[in-house]
Structures are given as structure tokens and as C-alpha cells.
Ligand binder design. Structure first.
Ligand code: SAH
Ligand code: SF4
Length: 350
């Protein structure tokens, strides 16, 4: 009999399950709290009767992640974790400290099938989706390992969250639940490469999260060379979906734009971008492209990046340059990867 992923249950599902075991409903709340706290074993549920713990361990498992490697940046204290999953696969996750608290960047898939040309996460394709519980576990593990409380989450690690739609939505529900980690949806960002069908579905949930769109180019000619997803949903289709999403949710949209020297960093690109984003309540996050050793692209120099930003602002578009964190441990955007073997050879690990 296949065991049940009890940590992916929301409170309602758990209550139904617990009542189905002829147990009182209040037990569900107690068990839910334990599961959200990051315990590893049913024996740790000290206020639950022994016989119920026994039944639970026979029928269910508690999804978790195991730290196999931990890298701490000497520059800014950012921590990158390599986690092993129950099936021996590896994912990476990053803990960052900002003035307002701790943020965890979680992975949503093992690998990614979108194949963006500048990103390390998709180099080996997609192996499998992560469950909601495995997404949650990346947060609880970082919390217990550092004895901290995480206040913000970005779904910007390895994987395309909207290509794992049901689990991503389930995760959003779980992580923001009062009885659980209680991280408000306003403190969560979900980044997508532009899976329009997913954006349309997500709008119906009306979550007050920040939707980040990895745009990276102002037109199809350039975007087609960078992102395969653009062949399915081009810039116009994507921006129309963003307009529609905004109409429903009234949320400001964040556009990610990785600046790559000689590809998308010209003044013409900035002007065209500003023109196309006009009318959308948005913010552009410029990311100096982070190196991926399998590729030869470079980020533009600092002056050029600043001039691109100023040009957007001059054109009436709100823009900032994202601070690079964890540069010495390959923990920045697009650098998380599935293969752990090569990661394990780094000499700056703990
Ligand atoms: N799959 C989702 C979320 C994970 S990627 C998405 O693509 O949006 C998180 C962010 O890192 C995305 O904006 C992505 O485009 C960006 N990124 C990928 N590779 C990068 C690189 N080498 N340099 C800078 N940003 C990169
Ligand atoms: Fe996947 Fe996002 Fe990387 Fe593209 S940028 S390959 S969608 S993780």
C-alpha cells in the first residue's frame, strides 16, 4: 500500500482523514500544527496518543528534505542548501537575510523543462514535480537549521511553478494558513517564465501574492532566442494575460529582466520595453545576468546597467536593479541546479 503524503493535506483534508479514522476532529488541528512545524517523525507528536501515532505511521509518511550540503556566502551570509529528497534526487534552496527579515527561495520542481538558454536549472530537463509538502519542507528545514522564522518566500528556485500548478497552489494555501507557518500571501512572490495558461488559472484564485514575470526581452525576435516558452506564448499574448490578471487581482506585476551583454541591453530595448509595458501597473526588476559555466554570456558593465535602468525610469517605468546575493556560492537567480555531484566538489562548503 502506498503511504499518504500527510504533510500536503490542508486542514480540511486532514480533518476528513482523521475523522475517517474515528478520531475526534480536534486531533486534526494538533497534528496539522506538528506537520507544519517541521518534525521528522510521528513519535515527536507528544500530545497525540501512542496508538494514533502508530496508525498514522503505518498509513502515512512525513515528507521532508535532508541537508546534504550547506554553503554560506562569505560576502553576505546567504546560505545555499543542497537537499536530498526521499527518492535520492537533489534540489537547491537559498536562505537570504534582508533588513525586513529572512527570505527563502524555494525550488518547485526537480529540474525544469522550459529550457531557457541562460539558466542552469533547466540544463538537465525536468525529472519530476515537487509536492506541496516538499516545497514547505524547504522552509521548515531552513528555519530549524538556523533557529529563525522565515517571513518571506520567493518561488524562484529551480523549476517552473506554473508547470506544477496544483502543487504550487496547494503550497500557497498551506504556507499561508493561520494554523501553519502563517506566512502571509503578500509576503510571497511566484515567478513564471510566462506559462499563460497558468497565469489565467491563477487569476481565478485572486491570491494577493506578487506575480513575477520573467520577460527578459521587449520583443519576440530577442525573446525567441532566449526562452523556448515564447514560441508557445509570445510577448503580446503574455502581456495580454498580465493585463487580464491585473484586472482581476488589482495587483502590481513585477517583470524580471536579466540583462545580458549584447543581447537585450541596448537603449532601443529599454525604449521598446517601456512602450510595451505602458498601462500595466508594474515594476521592472533588472537582474545582471549571473554566470552559468555551460554558457558564455556576460552581464553588461555597471554603467550600462545603470543607464538601462535610468532609461526605463525616464520613460515612466518603475525600475530597480536586483542586488546579487550569494555570488561566491552560485546561489543567485538561475544558478540553482539539479545535479549535486558537481556542487559537492566545491571547496567553500561547511
Ligand atoms: N521558472 C521560473 C522561476 C525560477 S527562475 C521563472 O523562470 O520565472 C527565477 C528567475 O531567475 C527568473 O526570472 C529567471 O529568468 C532568472 N534567471 C534564470 N537564469 C538566470 C541567469 N543566469 N541570470 C539571471 N537571472 C536568471
Ligand atoms: Fe526553468 Fe525558470 Fe530556469 Fe527558465 S529560467 S529554465 S523556466 S527555472
Amino acid at each position: 500500500m502506498e503511504k499518504i503524503d500527510i504533510r500536503s493535506f490542508d486542514l480540511k483534508e486532514l480533518s476528513e482523514f482523521i475523522c475517517g479514522l474515528s478520531q475526534p476532529k480536534f486531533r486534526a488541528k494538533q497534528i496539522f500544527k506538528w506537520l507544519q512545524s517541521g518534525i521528522e517523525d510521528f513519535s515527536q507528536m507528544t500530545n497525540i496518543p501512542n496508538d494514533l501515532r502508530q496508525v498514522l505511521s503505518e498509513k502515512c509518511y512525513i515528507a521532508n528534505v535532508k541537508i546534504v550540503k550547506k554553503f554560506v556566502s562569505k560576502i553576505d551570509g546567504t546560505v545555499k542548501y543542497v537537499y536530498e529528497l526521499f527518492d535520492g534526487e537533489y534540489i537547491e534552496s537559498v536562505l537570504m537575510k534582508y533588513e525586513h527579515g529572512y527570505t527563502v527561495c524555494i525550488s518547485t520542481q526537480v529540474g525544469c523543462r522550459m529550457g531557457c538558454s541562460f539558466c542552469a536549472s533547466g540544463l538537465d530537463g525536468l525529472l519530476r514535480n515537487l509536492t506541496a509538502s516538499e516545497m514547505l519542507a524547504q522552509i521548515t528545514k531552513a528555519q530549524t537549521d538556523n533557529n529563525i522564522r522565515v517571513s518571506n518566500v520567493v518561488m524562484m528556485g529551480m523549476g517552473e511553478p506554473l508547470d506544477n500548478f496544483e502543487n504550487s497552489v496547494k503550497f500557497l494555501r498551506l504556507v499561508s494558513c493561520d494554523e501553519g507557518l502563517n506566512i502571509g500571501l503578500r509576503h510571497i512572490s511566484l515567478s513564471t517564465s510566462g506559462v499563460v495558461s497558468g497565469i489565467e488559472k491563477l487569476a481565478n484564485y485572486n491570491f494577493p501574492i506578487t506575480l513575477s514575470i520573467s520577460l527578459h526581452a521587449p520583443n519576440d525576435t530577442i525573446r525567441n532566442t532566449m526562452m523556448r516558452v515564447n514560441k508557445k506564448w509570445n510577448v503580446e499574448t503574455l502581456l495580454n494575460a498580465c493585463r487580464q490578471y491585473q484586472k482581476v487581482t488589482s495587483r502590481r506585476i513585477s517583470f524580471e529582466y536579466a540583462l545580458i551583454e549584447g543581447v537585450n541591453d541596448s537603449f532601443q530595448c529599454a525604449d521598446e520595453l517601456a512602450k510595451r509595458l505602458k498601462g500595466i501597473m508594474c515594476h521592472v526588476n533588472l537582474i545582471p545576468a549571473n554566470p552559468v559555466k555551460e554558457n558564455s554570456f556576460k552581464k553588461p558593465n555597471h554603467d550600462k546597467i545603470m543607464r538601462f535602468k535610468e532609461r526605463l525610469i525616464y520613460n515612466g517605468i518603475n525600475a530597480t536593479v536586483r542586488r546579487t546575493l550569494g555570488a561566491d556560492i552560485d546561489a543567485s537567480c538561475g544558478q540553482l541546479r539539479r545535479k549535486a555531484k558537481e556542487v559537492l566538489t566545491y571547496d567553500n562548503s561547511l
